[in-house]
Design a protein around this ligand. Structure first.
Ligand SMILES: NC(=O)c1ccc[n+]([C@@H]2O[C@H](COP(=O)([O-])OP(=O)(O)OC[C@H]3O[C@@H](n4cnc5c(N)ncnc54)[C@H](OP(=O)(O)O)[C@@H]3O)[C@@H](O)[C@H]2O)c1
Length: 340
């Protein structure tokens, strides 16, 4: 691990916000969604990340219904002052695995933070995101309740996930927002319609989630529906299913070609692309690829040292418009659904 040292550059999460390594680590898959997990390997990945200069660790109360936060607690306790700990609230689950509710009201925010603090074993959360927006609750109420948590010392900085540019502006006027976390990758570019520009203008950092297209952009799936285990939730994602999966696998040809040219992996090309795309907008960006394996973590970090030439960027440009299938089976809860 030492050969990687602490080599990552740093970026500021919002004006005056914490400085973090320019790539973070998404921890969701360590507890749920992407098939079986190996706890020892996941713990090794967390340590490898920190050793390589990753400091932003991303979880949410909904991942494993609290289990992901509990899983992270010993790592957090061992490294509390070295890391920036991000978690989220707003998605409600029940014993019905298909159920998802969205809660943004003040009472819910106040109860949710207590649960996350307890499971994570901390007295303050560095970055607290609203995971999804319920348009029926005014941002003055939800972000206002989050701002109370900052004043009370339970939370240091605020973030939002899956909001439009207009919603980001409105929220930022209630309380400064440090980071916007939304899906952004070679396959998912709807955020470029309004959210990216608003974040750049306001000085809000962008934290692209699923920057590897939930693994698709790594080239791992020739036939996704056959390659995924029964417990893997991607079996029900439109882009991984049936003919869509085949269409989308074919779209990776230029990614593979550029990877060959540069002696890199497709995953590294996908990560380098999002980093460079944000730079075009003058936007501070901290992608949070998710992995449970230390060697992949180190591979992903390597992407920060790759620069794509204009001709390579041009080859990648048309991909997103050709992707078959939405990024969720139900797009209702995404920012894209609330954009004209
Ligand atoms: N705000 C939101 O609504 C939201 C939604 C989804 C995710 N997130 C956050 O964003 C993080 C990242 O997103 P994600 O995990 O959905 O998708 P992702 O980062 O696009 O892809 C993760 C998948 O790629 C695989 N992978 C990672 N690096 C690889 C490499 N170098 N080579 C081959 N395969 C590789 C992982 O498998 P292994 O683990 O087996 O390596 C995993 O299956 C999550 O962990 C979560 O913290 C937020």
């Amino acid at each position: 691990m030492t050969e990687y040292g602490n080599t990552l550059d740093q970026a500021e999460l919002g004006k005056g916000g914490p400085r973090v390594g320019v790539q973070g680590l998404g921890c969701m898959g360590m507890s749920e969604f992407y098939g079986d997990t190996d706890e020892a390997a996941a713990r090794e990945t967390l340590e490898a990340a920190l050793a390589a200069g990753v400091t932003l660790f991303d979880t949410a109360d909904v991942y494993g219904r609290g289990r992901n936060e509990e899983f992270l607690a010993p790592f957090v306790a061992a490294h509390r002052d070295e890391i920036t700990l991000a978690t989220k609230f707003a998605i409600e689950r029940t014993d019905d695995p298909a159920f998802r509710g969205i809660r943004n009201d003040r009472a819910y925010v106040r109860a949710a933070v207590e649960g996350s603090l307890r499971r994570l074993g901390v007295d303050v959360i560095d970055l607290y995101y609203m995971h999804r927006r319920d348009p029926a609750v005014p941002l003055a109420e939800s972000v206002g309740a989050m701002a109370e948590l900052v004043r009370e010392g339970k939370v240091r900085h605020l973030g939002l996930s899956e909001v439009t540019g207009a919603e980001l502006r409105e929220a930022h006027a209630v309380h400064p927002i440090a980071a916007l976390q939304s899906e952004w990758s070679l396959f998912s570019r709807d955020v470029e319609r309004s959210a990216v520009g608003a974040a750049a203008e306001l000085g809000v950092a962008f934290v692209p989630y699923s920057p590897l297209g939930r693994g698709f952009l790594t080239g791992a799936f020739a036939d996704a529906s056959a390659d995924l285990s029964e417990s893997d939730f991607r079996r029900h994602q439109p882009r991984f299913t049936g003919d869509n999966a085949k269409t989308n696998a074919a779209l990776l040809a230029p990614v593979r070609e550029i990877a060959r040219e540069l002696g890199a992996s497709p995953a590294q090309i996908a990560l380098a692309w999002v980093q460079q795309r944000a730079a075009v907008h003058g936007l501070a960006v901290v992608p949070i690829p998710g992995t449970r394996r230390a060697e992949r973590l180190r591979e992903n970090i390597g992407a920060t040292r790759i620069t794509l030439a204009p001709a390579q960027l041009a080859l990648l440009e048309p991909i997103a418009a050709q992707v078959a299938g939405d990024r969720y089976p139900d797009m209702t809860f995404t920012s894209a659904a609330r954009e004209a």
